[in-house]
Every structure is written in C-alpha cells, then in structure tokens.
Write a protein that binds this ligand. Structure first.
Ligand SMILES: C[S@@+](CC[C@H](N)C(=O)[O-])C[C@H]1O[C@@H](n2cnc3c(N)ncnc32)[C@H](O)[C@@H]1O
Length: 200
C-alpha cells in the first residue's frame, strides 16, 4: 500500500496500518532527533514516517515476521534501521530522543486465544503498564515518548501511572469513534518537560 508517500508492504499475520497507526504517525510527524526507537513496530510504518529526520532508528517487535516486515519496508523506502526481535525494552540499551509505541491494547475475551498482535492481556494494559514503568530509563534528557492508547482500557490510569513514575504526560492527539476514543500520550522526564522542552 502507499501510505503518506511511503511504500508499505504488509506480511501475512502482521498488523496492517490502521486508524491507531495513523494517529501515532500524526503525533510524531514534526519530530526530529538523533536516536529514535519504535517498539511493537509491526510494518515499521510509524518510525519510517519520521526516519528521514532521525539519525539512527531502532525497531523492536516480538514477532520475527513483523521484524522482517519492518526491515523490508525500511529497505524498500531507502532508509536504514536496526531491527531486533524481542520483548519490549529487554533487548535495548542506551537512551533515545524519541520513543514510539502502538502497543497491543485490546483486552482478551474470555476463552479467546491471546494473539500478541493485538492482545494486551486480561485488562488490555499489560504492555501499556510495562511501557510506562520502563520508558523513563531509556529517554535521553529532553527526550519524548509517544504512546497510543484507547479509551477502552483507561486513559486516566495511564496518565496517573506516568505521573507516579515521575514522568510528565499529556494527550497530544485524539480521535473519537463510535465505540472508542484513541489518544496519543506524550511523556518525558519531568525536570526536562517542565522546563519548556516540549515542541508545542
Ligand atoms: C497493534 S500492533 C502495532 C504495529 C505498528 N506499530 C502499527 O502501528 O501499525 C502491535 C505490535 O506489537 C507487537 N508486540 C506484541 N507484544 C510485544 C512485546 N511484548 N514486545 C514487542 N512487540 C510486541 C506485535 O507483534 C505487533 O506487531
């Protein structure tokens, strides 16, 4: 598919770019930085959309097919990326100016097999809560993290959790649908975000 000027292939079983992907792309569109990290990269479309403004991009996905899909899409679009198969931040070292995640966030239905492409555990929050707890360790001073979140599993909970982890957090994008609202929460280390580092 052609997505905002990018050629994006979607391998079988990999999450196709959808409304949540597009909202996260909107949120990061004006971003710049030396080091960027996309977790849960899927096709890699989000990170790829700003890769021309970032010196070094790293992408992580638990699914090896998705990791290959990310790598291929960067190659097809003439961009460089380091792709790692792994669980969230576990394969990652160092600090990043930009971190992006569209996590699996749907609650598992009773009796449904849990598909990691979309399943966020029983409450839908398992990846979200881990991300918020760990992201501060990987942000450079002044760095920004962008997390896609749905109203179905508690936007306020995420804002409160970020606050309790010592992060400044605010909603920077929102789109309302019949059955849910999607938002993007931007987070940063408190001492930097409160001193005017935010881009808007
Ligand atoms: C909702 S899709 C988002 C894909 C893509 N970023 C996008 O916005 O279109 C979630 C992705 O997270 C990956 N994933 C699930 N659990 C993960 C984990 N623990 N660590 C890393 N990636 C994970 C899935 O394989 C899937 O590709």
């Amino acid at each position: 598919m052609n997505l905002r000027g990018l050629e994006i292939e979607v391998f079988e079983g990999v999450y196709p770019p959808s409304e949540d992907t597009f909202l996260l792309m909107d949120a990061v569109s004006g971003e710049r930085g030396a080091r960027g990290l996309e977790l849960c990269s899927g096709t890699g479309a989000v990170g790829l959309s700003i890769a021309s403004h970032v010196e070094e991009m790293v992408a992580v996905d638990l699914n090896p097919v998705a990791a290959m899909n990310t790598l291929l899409n960067y190659r097809v679009n003439g961009r460089w990326v380091s792709v790692v198969v792994g669980d969230l931040f576990s394969p990652i070292h160092g600090k990043f100016d930009l971190i992006m995640i569209n996590p699996p966030y749907l609650p598992d239905g009773e009796g449904d097999p849990a598909d990691p492409t979309w399943s966020g555990g029983a409450s839908g929050r398992s990846i979200i809560d881990r991300f918020i707890s760990e992201v501060g360790d990987f942000l450079s001073p002044g760095g920004r993290a962008y997390m896609l979140q749905s109203s179905i599993n508690g936007i306020e909970k995420s804002l409160e959790r970020a606050c309790s982890e010592g992060l400044e957090a605010q909603i920077v994008e929102r789109r309302d649908f019949d059955f849910e609202s999607l938002v993007v929460i931007r987070m940063g280390l408190e001492r930097h975000s409160s001193s005017g580092v935010w881009k808007s």
